[in-house]
Design a protein around this ligand. Structure first.
Ligand code: AMP
Ligand code: ZN
Length: 111
């Protein structure tokens, strides 16, 4: 399957990996929208959050993302976790991932 995040998970293309668990990898976003911009990516391919029924994996995704936020030093100042879904949700890579954003005030607007 021609999926950029599957290629990152299988190390066919390089990424800046900051943390890894059994089922999740966390990388730096190549086009950061904030001083800290990480992506928590399940190793298994799910196109969107709608396709993943694995609650244990979703718990691991949140836990790994929280760990990464602490490691990036944005836990006390604050951060945001975002899962863009389908076209109007702004999803551009159709392999489930969670953005972790922080390092500046993110503003009150959600969209
Ligand atoms: P979304 O728009 O929610 O699907 O987010 C996709 C994100 O993946 C964007 O923020 C991109 O900058 C990021 N991205 C795309 N390709 C790569 C890559 N090879 N390495 C790191 N981040 C990437
Ligand atoms: Zn994939």
């Amino acid at each position: 399957m021609d999926c950029v995040f599957c290629k990152i998970v299988s190390k066919k293309i390089k990424a800046n990996v900051v943390h890894e668990t059994e089922n999740v990898v966390i990388i730096k976003d190549v086009n950061p929208q904030a001083p800290a911009h990480l992506l928590a990516i399940p190793k298994k391919h799910y196109s969107t959050i709608l396709d993943c029924k694995d609650g244990a994996l979703l718990a691991e995704l949140f836990t790994a993302a929280t760990h990464a936020a602490k490691s990036a030093g944005i836990d006390k100042s604050g951060f945001r976790m975002v899962v863009n879904t389908n076209d109007e949700g702004g999803q551009t890579v159709f392999h489930l991932h969670m953005h972790i954003l922080g390092g500046r005030p993110l503003g009150g607007r959600m969209g």
